[in-house]
Design a protein around this ligand. Structure first.
Ligand code: F6R
Length: 619
């Protein structure tokens, strides 16, 4: 949902801003722009379309200054075009600002500003910020920004420059992410760490309602009363190389292939002498023993991880657990109290609905635990406790490695609680840990040693495309699973639709007869998760029912399964054998690859699918 960058230093600001924006393009990519201070004037260049279009314009006519701001947009107010692209300027052209978020009271503020004589160019909510700063500017940009932000309702991370103060960038935040990068003789503002990692690993994390002024020599953070807030810099542990494609054609493919390593890393970090350790948890064991209910709240892929969590937590810890999407939870007066543990799962840690759900849970007295990937993100900081997934930066918009990392943490949390509450005998816990330890190498094996098998997935994708055209574009996908692999059916469908724009639905297979079976004719391709499990026979019956009605079946089975060969499925994809509990870690990989290859066959932009953005920081 938009990425912003600010730079003050000795380098050509244009280069730093473009590089930073390229690292933030996952946040939005319908237009981009920069504003650079040059000889007490602002040079503002912005274009509709991907960042490369702006980069080409700048190649032909470079901006020369060493101080500036930049923006990559995911449109909320106003269609994506050159005028609505950021940065936005005031009437005089001396002020430029970039913004990530939504200003909810912009219409009222705009009406007053128009009455006062301000001239607006765009249809955005953002432009009012530039005009308000103009209105309040009396020779001090920081003061003018401070007066402005106090009037804003909604969410924002902003960065502003003024031609009269060519040595600084001023930023502020409320409910949208903003970090400060601390360099030597240069400093940065950005929506996310990757934008500054080419230059520094030292960052500050401003809180809500803080204003930041960066110059070449430092960064000063103040609260909205104007008092300086001292912040200790954090050192980023990962490398910028992790945010690069490393020879893969797409980030999504790279991230799929990283999953074995990531799950292995999580186990090495958290499992010691057969015990699960969560160092940063901040909720003591006594409190954990007394939770009567667990509520998991999340969006999208993280919600699917949460649904899987329900299966394991209820079965192995005997604590009732329900799972809700954040946008529903936050508005429906949920019944949670101090005996409830509310777990918020979020890769970015910035998803607006999940953050609001977390606050609602806290307001009601529940203990809250974030499972987040981005260190220092809002959810990680506001929850009572946090467990980081440490999956490294996830750049592709379609989430893959964050999902398996979230699953890995949920498995560990289940084992941790089962030991604490003595709901499983130690011997069973030891067995499960032993099985879990097999998962990373099996994930690796599945991706590497099974190469030919997984090349078949690419071939199936090709066949689907042919079939789709033969059926006059009426073909689509259904995903069926049961029990702990039912959420994977939802996840497989989500992956496919978000990157290939083909209709796809996930269902618990047992629900087929209650409606969806009416859809079955020769059009749908039905992906059936039919790995070894207590519901294996039931899945076989579902396959029969689909085949009897002309549906095309892709079966995901356990290696060595002979029975499935008698069921006349059209395509077979095998995954290695592991205890059923951990099978979602393996099953999801072919689902991710199928989505990837279908999107590739159709020639779509896999890493930046239309209409989406990685981090949904607006409602
Ligand atoms: C799907 C996807 C989204 C996110 C969702 C939550 O591939 O990426 O559905 O999972 O927007 O995002 P986080 O986990 O950052 O809260």
């Amino acid at each position: 949902m938009c990425g912003i960058v600010g730079y003050v230093g000795e380098r050509k600001a244009q280069d730093v801003l473009l590089k930073g924006l390229s690292r933030l393009e996952y946040r939005g990519y319908d237009s981009a722009g920069i504003a650079v201070l040059e000889a007490r004037k602002i040079n503002l260049i912005k274009r509709q379309g991907k960042l490369r279009i702006l980069a080409n314009v700048l190649k032909a006519g470079p901006a020369k200054g060493t101080v500036g701001i930049g923006h990559t947009r995911w449109a909320t107010h106003g269609v994506p075009n050159d005028v609505n692209a950021h940065p936005h300027a005031d009437c005089t052209g001396k002020i430029a600002i970039v913004h990530n978020g939504i200003i909810e009271n912009y219409l009222d503020l705009k009406a007053s500003l128009i009455k006062e004589g301000h001239k607006f160019r765009s249809k955005t909510d953002t432009e009012i910020i530039a005009h308000l700063i103009e209105k309040y500017y009396k020779g001090n940009l920081e003061q003018a920004v401070l007066k402005t932000v106090k009037l804003l309702k909604g969410s924002y991370a902003i960065a502003a420059i003024h031609a009269n103060e060519p040595d600084k960038v001023v930023g502020a935040r409320c409910d949208s992410p903003l970090i400060v990068g601390l360099g030597k003789g240069e400093n940065f503002l950005a929506s996310d760490v990757p934008a500054v990692l080419d230059y520094t690993k030292d960052v500050l994390y401003p809180d809500n309602h803080e204003i930041i002024t960066i110059t070449k020599t430092g960064a000063i953070v103040k609260n909205y009363t104007g008092r300086v807030v001292s912040k200790r810099p954090s050192r980023i542990k990962w490398d910028i190389k992790q945010a690069e494609k490393a020879g893969y054609e797409h980030f999504m493919l790279k991230e799929i292939y990283e999953q074995g390593d990531i799950v292995g890393g999580i186990l090495d970090e958290r499992l010691h002498d057969g015990k699960v350790l969560f160092e940063e948890l901040n909720i003591n064991q006594g409190a954990f023993k007394h939770f009567k209910k667990i509520v998991i709240v999340a969006c999208g892929t993280a919600y699917h991880a949460g649904l899987t969590g329900k299966y394991m937590l209820e079965e192995y810890t005997h604590i009732p657990c329900w799972v809700d999407t954040s946008s529903e939870f936050r508005y429906r007066d949920p019944i949670v109290d101090k005996e409830t543990l509310v777990i918020i799962i979020s890769q970015s840690g910035e998803t607006a609905d999940s953050l609001a759900a977390l606050r609602e849970a806290k307001r009601k007295g529940a203990r809250t635990l974030g499972i987040c990937n981005v260190v220092g993100s809002s959810i990680a900081r506001e929850a009572d406790g946090v467990i980081y997934t440490h999956a490294g930066p996830e750049i592709a918009v379609a989430s893959t490695k964050a999902y398996t990392a979230q699953l890995a943490i949920l498995y560990l949390l289940t084992l941790y609680l089962a030991r604490l509450k003595k709901t499983l005998p130690p011997s069973r816990i030891s067995y499960l840990i032993k099985e879990f330890r097999k998962a990373p190498s099996l994930m690796e094996e599945l991706l590497n040693e099974h190469k030919s098998e997984y090349n078949n997935i690419a071939a199936y994708a090709g066949e689907f495309k042919k079939y789709y055209h033969e059926k006059h574009n009426k073909s689509y996908f259904l995903y069926l699973g049961r029990n702990i692999n039912y959420p994977n059916a939802l996840e497989g469908a989500l992956k496919l639709k978000e990157i290939s724009y083909i209709s796809a639905e996930g269902y618990p297979a047992g629900e087929m007869k209650h409606g969806p079976i009416a859809l079955i004719d020769e059009n749908p391709w039905v992906v059936c998760i039919v790995t070894q499990s207590k519901t294996y026979d039931k899945m076989l019956s579902n396959i029969q029912e689909i085949k009897a009605r002309g549906g095309i079946v892709i079966a995901i089975t356990t290696e060595g399964d002979k029975e499935i060969l008698h069921h006349n499925v059209n395509y077979l994809i095998e995954v290695p054998k592991i205890d059923e509990l951990f099978s979602p870690l393996l099953v999801v990989i072919p689902l991710q690859l199928l989505a990837y290859y279908v999107a590739k066959e159709f020639g779509y932009d896999i890493d930046q699918p239309r209409n989406l953005a990685k981090s949904v920081t607006v409602e």
